[in-house]
Ligand binder design. Sequence first.
Ligand code: ARG
Ligand code: ZN
Length: 833
Amino acid sequence: TKTYLEDYAPPPVTVSHVALRFRLAPDATRVTARLTCERRGPGDMVLDGEALKTLRVALDGAKITPEIDGDRMILRETPDAFTLETEVEIAPEDNTELSGLYMSNGMYCTQCEAEGFRRITWMLDRPDVMATYEVEIESDLPVRLSNGDEVAPGHWRDPWPKPTYLFALVAGELVATSDRFVTSEGRDVALNVWVRPGDEGRTAYAMDALKRSMRWDEHVYGRAYDLSVFNIVAVDDFNMGAMENKGLNIFNSRYVLASPETATDADYANIERIVAHEYFHNWTGNRITCRDWFQLCLKEGLTVFRDQQFMQDMRSEAVQRIGDVMTLRARQFREDAGPLAHPVRPESFVAIDNFYTATVYEKGAEVIGMLRRIVGAEGYAAGCALYFERHDGEACTIEDWLACFEEACGADLGQFKLWYSQAGTPRLRARSEWADGIWRLHLSQSVPPTPGQENKAPMTIPLAFGLLAADGRELLPTRLHVMTGADDVVEIPRPERPVPSLLRGFSAPVILEDDLGDADRLVLLAHDTDPFARWESGRRLSKDRLMRHAAESTAFDAGWLDAVAAMAVSDADPAFRALALALPGEDDLAQSLHETGVVPDPDAIHATREAALAAIAGRLADDLDGLRASVATPGAYAPDAEAAGKRALAATLLRLTTRLDGGDAARAAYATADNMTDRMAAFTCRLEAGDPDAAAEFEAAWKDDRLVMDKWFMAQVAHAAPAEAVAVAERLTGHPAFDAKNPNRFRAVLGGLIAGNPAGFHAANGSGYRFVADWLVRLDRSNPQTAARMSSAFETRARWDADRQALMGEALGTMREGATSRDLREMVERMLG
Ligand code: ARG
Ligand code: ZN
């Protein structure tokens, strides 16, 4: 059954206080709940409960036999104020869905967002019911944690009203790394990062990131922490990245644990970002939460935007922005272009867990970024301040959020709001013309149809642009043009023909179709003052070459190779050079070919990228070793952005060298690597070179480290030759260390194929599709959320040739037949259309 935004109604009876007692046991945990209930309007009280053994229900102390209809308990004609007591039994050890209370390596933990609390006890499991909590945990386990402040051992009280989805409980044999933080308001906060014994040497970076996040939110948003303790717990079995439970954030261990020997620069950056993200939710999500799940982007889009701002401040603004745009295009543009496209604020769903998507998160963040650009930094600060003041303690909507900006900034956001309701990536066409001393930019926009939305209205598109002279001088610094109509013209008097630098900073999440020629792009690549636009012009040059090569085998021209080589040896920041040398990915090329009317061929695309790497390697051959030496990072490993940028460039150069020497340099680099970043770079090059000893050597050294072994599993699939990728993945699912019940391990192998090896996944004989479909059907029985999420592998079906489309359709049919959860079924049905 579907839930619709327009059907929202507040609950007639609400719960203001929740007292919980847990008697923990793996197979039979007793949960006693005492709910303080109050009538708010006419109607029945409908509680949610799933997979509960109900032992007792009492209303104001008197035992009752309530009406229970499946997952709902219906109480009719309740008094205006009353206490409801329930006692249930649950079995955390059998909870393989990892939603509700479950066990991971002998430790109890919870995941309640979005609708996991109902798997713990009967409750109004909806975000607009905000209650204070009191929790008692009975267990022999030494560490027993819940939300709020600990008032006695294992006894917690959370004074801040919160919805069920922010509830958390953890119990286990855990060790903490502890520190303190004094807030701007003078509150002394105990900070703990809890991990399994043996992992305590890997918590320092997460703790450091936490303290920096706390300080940053005070400085930039004026938001201070509000409890005396902040706990982070690392859990090995976790469906998502992490969870912002009040005062007790629970993390997938891969986003907490890091040491130079075991974590890569990318891992460090992810830890920094996700620790910040979950911490920032304390205000954008917890203090102010969502009225209903359709408003998910209210907290997620905003919190992603905040974590992106934080990362720009901690690292390089330019590098961070380019990386964020790459992610947006790779995940969200692809989603927006297929059958799973949905608005940033969806209007209906079967399983809300299917809407924790790139659109809600990443496009949701872009919408905040556009808003900030339109109202300006000061207007944004004023709107945020009003939002925090007016809505603290409330469960809100997008309308509430936008109203704060309309009032604080005097802006009319009526049309802007379409970004929340219209799905699909807008196309922005820009034609530039210079005549009679006037430069004109002719703009037109359109939004393609998406499922359920045939016709779209024009959007508000903030277009940041500047002008350069042919010799590279900047003629016009960045200016903002806010486009509102379907067509528009910008006019600027210029005595000479300028080179336009358009969509600076990627000021709107659109596909820009401009009419710039190679000469203009080369000027921008060499001179643009806006780093995103500079990178983008190089990207467009490369993409253009690779698309033509893949479609028509057009040879790579010397002009382009010279430009690439010039960038490689330039004095630009190494991280920027690494990004500029990175070729567009196979999936990106396939989507762009499809959009220009070419049916993409996955093997040809893979071969094109290989040919491009070989051509660039050949062009740079004499420089590669020297360049790599020039960005060496001798001395102890440090995870900072500057050193990471050097390692990224070194890895890119090693990959090129591998095309020339068959893997000799990679073997040498592997042998001398003293950190996991360099080691993985060398390892993946060895795999690409077909080095027969690479995998065994790595395994022998790291077999006892679960997070490093995830990398081993994934790399072998992602860096296999496409023709062997499915067989490698199949073989690895038979490895003794493969465990489908652990989402990280499962994603390593299956995700290594789907996202890491597109040409392998799209093997012409359909073996990749069958392999993935069969595994997802199997996984669906134990873990529907992860199975449903990964099924988006098939969202690109319409892109491919008729044979592949038929094979993907068969795989979707297999999943429709085999699906046991509404999660997977909803995804498959949306993809089948
Ligand atoms: N709120 C969490 C985070 O961003 C994600 C939780 C997702 N849970 C889910 N079942 N889909 O930061
Ligand atoms: Zn979040």
